[in-house]
Design a protein around this ligand. Structure first.
Ligand code: 5GP
Length: 192
């Protein structure tokens, strides 16, 4: 009911609970607070998928920070990142000489972040690092280095905790896998 005729909650399998996420986000916040002590931290979230994770993460960071957001649009099929990305909402803060931490929901092929990192570096930040909620590193096509990882989840199409399937499920407090057969059209599972 209410899910616009596509996958319903019956087609979802919870793989990370709200409690497990909370625990991991706390650990990440602690580590980031330690690593960025005495630095000028700017946390940049990628809309929309990272907004829930970022909201929780910044509240587990115990040092001063500033936040900003970017919104990206992919030219290709969203399920198979083409790497041809464009920025539809740019950052608003001046990040020159600042230590930037990009917060992303999922790193899959790595093409999106490779592009964003190049663009951000044009603003001459002191450093750029990446924190992602989920790493699908088996599917990487470019050697992007992810500095902080919430969970390694190699398989499946994931929703919840900010992640969507056609704009649905972002509000779910856990991370769920769409059961095989109900994934978005064009999604290529890694399970061989
Ligand atoms: P890539 O690293 O391939 O350039 O792209 C990563 C982006 O693909 C993520 O930010 C996310 O928007 C999307 N993506 C990849 N895997 C999934 C998934 O399992 N679920 C959802 N909702 N989005 C995904």
């Amino acid at each position: 009911m209410g899910y616009y005729g596509m996958a319903t909650k019956d087609n979802l399998e919870q793989i990370v609970s709200k409690e497990e996420i909370q625990k991991r986000v706390k650990e990440l916040g602690k580590q980031i607070s330690k690593d960025y002590k005495e630095k000028k931290l700017v946390v940049i979230g990628i809309l929309k998928g990272a907004f829930v994770f970022m909201a929780d993460l910044i509240r587990e960071i115990s040092i001063p920070l500033q936040i900003d957001f970017v919104r990206l649009a992919s030219y290709g099929n969203l399920m198979q990142s083409s790497g041809e990305v464009r920025i539809t909402k740019d950052i608003e803060l001046n990040i020159e000489d600042k230590d930037v931490l990009v917060v992303e929901d999922i790193v899959d092929t790595g093409l999106t972040l490779q592009y964003l990192e190049e663009v951000l570096k044009l603003h001459k930040p002191a450093s750029v690092k990446i924190c992602c909620l989920i790493d699908k590193k088996e599917r990487r096509r470019v050697p992007i280095s992810v500095d902080y990882v919430g969970f390694d989840i190699p398989r499946g199409f994931l929703v919840g905790y900010g992640l969507d399937f056609e704009e649905n499920y972002r509000e779910l407090p856990g991370i769920f896998k769409i059961i095989p057969g109900y994934e978005p059209e064009g999604f290529i599972p890694s399970d061989k």
